[in-house]
Design a binder for this molecule. Structure first.
Ligand code: NAP
Length: 306
């Protein structure tokens, strides 16, 4: 049942709407919302005057921020830009949201952790980013909390893939057609997440505050972890991608997939070795079941090759 029953259609401002996750939000937007989607050209989240003027004029009930400088390795050499977009931009949105009483949804990342744990990360585990990207995303979380906004959801997610973006699944699909041998890192463990599942999770969170009895103080807002269930290494993920691809493409070049160590594939940004996140808090709040990454990957392939 809609939490806004009997009220005018609530306006929803979507920022970063031209990106991979933004595209999935546009595709899966519930009819309940009156969507105002802004890509980078239409709205720069670091431009406080532009953000404030738009939010003031629109009076959205919800703001979902998908805007980010998300090229993890490029962030190492573009530190200032990363800190401005990922670190300050969310604060700009939070201040604007506070002025008009909107709920802010912001997407963050497992890269705020150092990956030294060996049990799933929970929301209040200590953060210790290893990269400029991770640091900038952590600053963004802190900027939201510092802005005095009470009604926000920060959703940390990991290893995203989906239509309309450069991502690991699409890279492996391309390489499997071009190369006989793929060498893939096997000592980083995480949770692949289909953008479709993250979008559904965000709307479940947004649906919750108005019609559920939640939490000891009745306040559902704050940080949540959401990733598809299960865990794997990039190597295992690649094996499954190629396995599923064989059902859809008969002429693949790839003959072997070899596991390698992180050291054998150096990249500018250091990644956490182990970044499995617990979704227990999300599940407790929403009562939802989180799909297994393997099932979601299969769904992605079926949709992609339909
Ligand atoms: N991809 C992953 O594996 C992953 C994992 C965990 C968390 N996340 C988080 O998920 C969110 C969505 O990521 P994504 O994969 O969809 O990234 P994406 O495809 O790169 O989308 C990000 C969008 O933000 C736009 N943007 C950049 N700077 C902006 C600014 N100053 N103002 C407004 N828009 C701006 C980009 O536009 P231009 O390209 O035109 O600059 C791009 O369209 C991000 O917060 C990211 O940190 C991603």
């Amino acid at each position: 049942m809609s939490p806004y029953r009997g009220e005018p259609r609530p306006k929803l401002l979507l920022t970063g709407a031209g990106g991979m996750l933004g595209g999935m939000f546009r595709q899966r937007m519930p009819a309940l919302y009156d969507l105002h989607a802004c890509d980078h050209a239409a709205l720069d989240i670091t431009d406080a005057a532009q953000v404030e003027a738009l939010v003031e004029r629109l009076q959205p009930r919800v703001i979902i921020n998908c805007a980010a400088y998300a090229r993890v390795d490029d962030c190492e050499k573009s530190r200032e830009l990363a800190l401005r977009v990922n670190g300050e931009g969310p604060g700009v949105l939070a201040r604007a949201a506070r002025k008009v009483g909107a709920v802010l949804v912001h997407i963050s990342t497992d890269y705020v952790f150092d990956g030294c744990k060996d049990t799933p990360y929970v929301e209040d585990d200590a953060t210790a980013p290893l990269s400029v990207y991770g640091l900038s995303k952590l600053r963004g979380e802190q900027a939201i909390a510092a802005g005095g906004l009470e009604r926000f959801f920060i959703v940390r997610t990991s290893w995203l893939y989906g239509p309309g973006g450069g991502n690991f699944v699409e890279t492996i699909i391309r390489l499997a057609k071009e190369r006989e041998e793929l060498r893939i890192v096997a000592d980083q463990i995480g949770c692949p997440t289909y953008t479709r599942d993250l979008v559904l999770a965000v709307f479940r969170l947004l649906d919750t505050p108005r019609h559920r009895d939640i939490g000891q103080n009745g306040n559902p807002y704050g940080i949540y972890h959401f990733a598809d269930a299960g865990q794997c290494s990039w190597f295992e993920f690649a094996e499954d991608i190629v396995g599923m691809l064989r059902h859809h493409e008969s002429s693949l070049a790839v003959k072997r997939i070899l596991p390698i160590r992180t050291e054998d594939y150096p990249l500018p940004a250091t990644r956490p070795r182990w970044s499995v996140m617990s979704t227990e808090k999300y599940q407790r709040l929403t009562g939802a079941v989180v799909p297994h990454w393997r099932q979601s990957l299969q769904d992605y392939f079926e949709a992609r090759f339909a």
